[in-house]
Design a protein around this ligand. Sequence first.
Ligand SMILES: Cc1cc2nc3c(=O)[nH]c(=O)nc-3n(C[C@H](O)[C@H](O)[C@H](O)COP(=O)(O)OP(=O)(O)OC[C@H]3O[C@@H](n4cnc5c(N)ncnc54)[C@H](O)[C@@H]3O)c2cc1C
Length: 313
Amino acid sequence: MAIGFFDKTIAGSIGLIPKPILRRVASRYVAGETLEHALAEAKRLNDEGYLVTMDLLGEAITTVEEAQEITGTYTRILDAIQQHGIRGNISVKPTAIGLASDAAELERNALVLVEHAARTGNFVRIDMEDSPTTDDTIAVVRRLRLAGHDNLGWVFQASLRRTPEDLEALGPLGPNLRLCKGVYLEPEELAWQSYEEVNTAYARLLEELLPRRDHYVGIATHDDPVVAHAEALIARLGLSPDQYEFQVLLGVRPELRQRLRDAGHRVRVYVPYGRAWHAYCVRRLEENPKFAGFVTRDVLRNPAMLLGDQSKR
Ligand SMILES: Cc1cc2nc3c(=O)[nH]c(=O)nc-3n(C[C@H](O)[C@H](O)[C@H](O)COP(=O)(O)OP(=O)(O)OC[C@H]3O[C@@H](n4cnc5c(N)ncnc54)[C@H](O)[C@@H]3O)c2cc1C
């Protein structure tokens, strides 16, 4: 889908939207400000038959101390997941736990998390951020996986032209991965730009990955043609629901996740929470005008969101 004038205009005006209004809109996509809010949302989703992955929202992290603080909070999230019997894991942004300083800091904190997750019987997904972070993120996850930490997974972005080569190079280290389109605006020399090109790249990667029975792929998308292609592939390959999962963002197209769940697929919902929701929303909306367009169209279709309807259903 091309980024239109509408999307760019909305994105450029995000800073002007009063905070209370933005809060109501954000409440559809963000579980709340505290861990208690996030756990309540996770429990609700578990009760409805979904798995979750918890994401702590942070403003741009720049210091080693901040990264260690976020890492500490994630260890408490892992403890809470265990204590409350939540069926879910954590998703962590590399820059939030050290990459904003350097790759060594990321590696130290990622190690703290995978070891803590192993003790609580859990799993850590390292999200993928924009292209200047790709090399370091892959290198760190690779080293940790080589060191035998199997409860660690990565994310690959179909929009990046390099992704097929990256996956090829990982070989047997790749098993547990999330495949998404990629949310960041990247230059043409690095990334496919059009909706069709990105979808073709996604389809090719899925055709490559799903038949590998030793791989577990998180199919992270809300796009009907991509979902339909994935479902056809799953049926053709005769995969059972424990060999892959669909992944969706909280608040985005809930009817899609319901349909997927009812069709017998495993579905995991990405649950972001944190006090930094406002800075996070403004940054994400300004960074990617397409995102601003989605949200605005959602509000126009569902004006109850502006009246304080908290429902994410
Ligand atoms: C679980 C999960 C984890 C992710 N992790 C990462 C990551 O680590 N790194 C990364 O770069 N990207 C990540 N993404 C984002 C992803 O890369 C895409 O930017 C995003 O999912 C939109 O792409 P799409 O496949 O849904 O298709 P699109 O064609 O972009 O969207 C399809 C339809 O879905 C709806 N939609 C999609 N996104 C939104 C939204 N935000 N708000 C409202 N409606 C929306 C719209 O109706 C749209 O028409 C993740 C996505 C998911 C679902």
